[in-house]
Design a binder for this molecule. Structure first.
Ligand code: CTP
Ligand code: ZN
Length: 155
């Protein structure tokens, strides 16, 4: 059991705790979820906190918002070991793991500048999820897991 004096990030009353994120990926998790604080949400981030299971882990707590399973599934691309805890009135009422979706759309843009998804066409980037990254459905360019964060479509 974690002693209270070891608790680095306060417990939340209502919202979502994304736990067991690989060390150093917390800001990418927020970017991937489109959370930048501009909507006034309270967000707490712990980076490289000691973890029994991962050695070092990141943790993200979003207050007042329950993320849906589909929202968090895209996290599997950069945080495959993450667990999602839905908190209501200070209690964890739901705990789940991220699940890899079969395809992702509207989250990553294709790094191939010649790809039709980057042309002035009404075509949205779409990728097939592989075990270690994603593959563009239009030009077959592969974006590896460690390159996903750099290719987020945050526009
Ligand atoms: N948590 C929180 N606010 C709450 C309740 C829980 O921020 N009101 C956080 C805890 O700090 C922990 C995560 O949510 O990081 C999961 O909580 P809990 O299931 O109680 O902890 P563990 O049993 O340690 O979780 P796991 O088995 O997933 O490691
Ligand atoms: Zn492409």
């Amino acid at each position: 059991m974690t002693e209270n004096h070891e608790l680095r990030v306060s417990k939340i009353q209502n919202g979502t705790v994304i736990d067991h994120v690989a060390g150093g990926q917390a800001l990418n998790v927020l970017a991937l979820l489109g959370i930048d604080g501009t909507r006034g949400e309270t967000v707490s981030v712990g980076m490289n906190v000691p973890s029994d299971r991962l050695g070092r882990k990141d943790i993200v707590k979003v207050e007042g918002r329950e993320l849906s399973q589909s929202e968090v599934d895209v996290l599997s691309l950069i945080a495959p070991a993450a667990s999602i805890n839905i908190v209501r009135d200070y209690e964890v009422v739901e705990k789940s793991r991220v699940v890899r979706p079969e395809t992702v759309s509207g989250i990553i843009s294709c790094p191939n500048t010649n790809c039709i998804s980057n042309a002035d066409e009404p075509i949205k980037a779409r990728f097939t999820v592989l075990s270690d990254g994603v593959r563009c459905d239009y030009c077959d360019t592969i974006v590896r897991e460690d390159e996903v964060a750099a290719n987020l479509d945050v526009s």
